[in-house]
Design a binder for this molecule. Structure first.
Ligand code: NI
Length: 187
């Protein structure tokens, strides 16, 4: 089942999230629905706040990016309660987009190398060093769990230039081909 995606300006994207426990109701179905929602919207990552849930849960499938980013090949996984450790301070600038900010893309600085600790969908602990676009995608999604979106990393000057587009997102004045919930049409 596809879920509506919450759009920039909706307060749920700014809320703190709770850790997920094994007794969380219908977790396997939620994970399936998040993957289905992400694929239908042609995204490569989706965090629970983007479907209105304030919990530490992310789905990622970056295999589609493998041609220019070999580290992404075959990487489809579920992150429960992930923690990012920065391994060095080297930062790289690349364009990012987000299903919660349709029709926008901006350059974002992020560190290139991280160590990620998380639980998989069976609550098995995992730990891995990651780099490149894979590390970027993970940082983007973990930001969502901390009430942040990539636009928070964009300079005030740049945001001033696109302020009308951001306002239109908040006001629900845009079109995209997936179901959304906006701050303007909040239920
Ligand atoms: Ni995002």
């Amino acid at each position: 089942m596809k879920l509506p995606i919450y759009i920039y300006g909706h307060p749920v994207l700014r809320r703190a999230t709770e850790p997920v426990t094994p007794d969380y109701p219908n977790l396997p179905a939620l994970i399936d629905n998040m993957f289905e929602t992400m694929y239908a919207a042609e995204g490569c990552g989706l965090a629970a706040p983007q479907v209105g849930l304030s919990i530490k849960l992310v789905v990622i499938d970056v295999d589609v990016l493998k041609e220019s980013n070999p580290e992404c090949a075959g990487r489809k996984f579920v992150l429960i309660n992930p923690e990012v450790e920065v391994l060095d301070g080297e930062e790289v600038t690349r364009a990012e987009g987000c299903l919660s900010l349709p029709n926008l893309s901006e350059n974002v600085n992020r560190v290139e190398h991280i160590r990620l600790r998380w639980l998989d969908e069976n609550f098995q602990p995992k730990e891995e060093e990651m780099s490149g676009f894979l590390a970027r995608c993970v940082q983007h999604e973990v930001d969502h769990l901390n009430g942040k979106v990539y636009m928070d990393h964009v300079s005030a000057t740049r945001k001033l230039l696109i302020r009308n587009k951001l306002r239109n997102l908040m006001d629900g004045k845009f079109s995209c081909d997936y179901r959304v919930k906006t701050a303007a049409r909040r239920k």
